[in-house]
Design a protein around this ligand. Structure first.
Ligand code: NAP
Length: 354
């Protein structure tokens, strides 16, 4: 084993810069993983025997409620490349530690559109499949080909297809049976050569219309439909306007999933709350906008200690400075209770709470 493949353990490692809420907690041990071999060296190290493990990429979907008494694996695997191409698509592979947004920008710069609606989502490529990230009418699973994992118990490297990953709405096998068992070391995306813009979401359509009328705008392709770059730029602009930058105000993006209710429950709710924001699903159920429910309960902009609901986006909980994970969870519970009382709807948290 070469020196760079051995595991470098750091005791009492500060995690403040490794979770986007900015919680000031520590790990008993941390190990930076730059090569797949280091992963197995780390988990087989006697110091890690019997300890719980936590895999952190960008730390953008986790609530750390206290010090972590275990081994944190900081996934810093890098690299991206076109691995093959056929008449219909490009297949692009990226390592698990690649920053997601940079990777999306790179695919566009290579002339391979398809991921632009997912611009500016914080976190890493390896984290994207875990919750099947989605935004502005596109889910990652629609561009997914396969991924590679290392199974921590055995050290075995396995390739998994979409079926094995069991993708759902902000959900996958890795949030359920596969939880804590694997490290996603790389993901391969299938980017179709015939590209269609997806610009149906109201905020995105509005931003594109504004750009379209801007004199000399460089982002428009031929005037008839927006280019992938125009969509990328518009998504970035909309997200910047609405969502707090974790470097300025700690947060983990949407804190709650949009609840999906059956038609009967929706009918009863609509009678009581005629203005309820809703989106019918292909299976007959109805998706509710969690942000609207929270806003209606009066929570937008409200704080409990240093934890608060963001002023411009009720789905996002923020750390105004010095909040603990426990404070954020207490705020989340209060919101869940109010939404359940008023609407009879349960809100599930999106981030993993530890
Ligand atoms: P928004 O546009 O204010 O819409 C509120 C909710 O209604 C969204 O969550 C979205 O569901 C749904 N929605 C809006 N237009 C829709 C349409 N045409 N068809 C179906 N559903 C529609 O939402 P936002 O909070 O500003 O977020 C914009 C997009 O970015 C959304 O897709 C959102 O999921 C995504 N986002 C995700 C995170 C995260 O951490 N996961 C954080 C910020 C934003 P969907 O969520 O199913 O799209």
């Amino acid at each position: 084993m070469s020196h760079s493949d051995s595991a470098q353990f750091i005791a009492g490692y500060p995690l403040k810069a490794h979770n986007t809420f900015g919680f000031d907690v520590r790990a008993q041990f941390a190990c930076r993983i730059e090569h797949e071999e280091q992963l197995m060296a780390a988990v087989r190290d006697p110091r890690a025997a019997g300890l719980p493990r936590l895999v952190l990429g960008g730390g953008s979907n986790v609530v750390l409620t206290g010090d972590f008494g275990g081994l944190v694996l900081l996934v810093a695997l890098r690299g991206r490349q076109v691995v093959r191409e056929d008449d219909e698509a490009w297949y692009v592979e990226a390592a698990g530690g690649e920053p997601w947004h940079e990777f999306v920008g790179w695919t566009l710069s290579q002339g391979m559109p398809g991921l632009e609606n997912l611009a500016l989502i914080p976190g890493t490529v390896g984290a994207a499949p875990i919750q099947n990230i989605g935004a502005y009418g596109l889910e990652m699973c629609e561009r997914f080909a396969s991924l590679r994992v290392v199974e921590l118990a055995t050290g075995e490297v396995v390739e998994l297809d979409a079926r094995a990953c069991q993708f759902g709405y902000r959900d996958s096998f890795f949030k359920r049976e596969g939880r804590d068992r694997f490290v996603i070391t790389s993901v391969t995306f299938r980017l179709p050569k015939v590209w269609q813009p997806r610009a149906g979401y109201a905020d995105l359509a509005r931003a594109l219309a504004v750009n379209d009328t801007a004199v000399g705008s460089p982002s428009e392709s031929d005037g008839s439909q927006p280019s992938a770059q125009a969509i990328f730029d518009a998504v970035v602009a909309v997200r910047r306007a609405k969502l707090p930058d974790p470097l300025e105000l700690g947060n983990a993006g949407s804190f709650f999933k949009n609840p999906v209710v059956d038609a009967a429950q929706f009918g009863a709710l609509k009678l009581r709350e005629p203005e309820v924001v809703s989106y019918p699903q292909p299976d007959g159920r109805v998706k509710l906008a969690a942000g609207w429910l929270i806003d209606r309960c009066g929570w937008k902009g409200r704080a409990m200690g240093a934890a608060a609901v963001h002023e411009r986006q009720a789905l996002v909980l923020v750390n105004r400075g010095g909040a603990s994970g426990a404070e954020v969870l207490a705020l989340a519970k209060a919101i869940q209770r109010d939404v359940l009382e008023r609407f009879g709807v349960e809100l599930d948290a999106e981030p993993v709470c530890l």
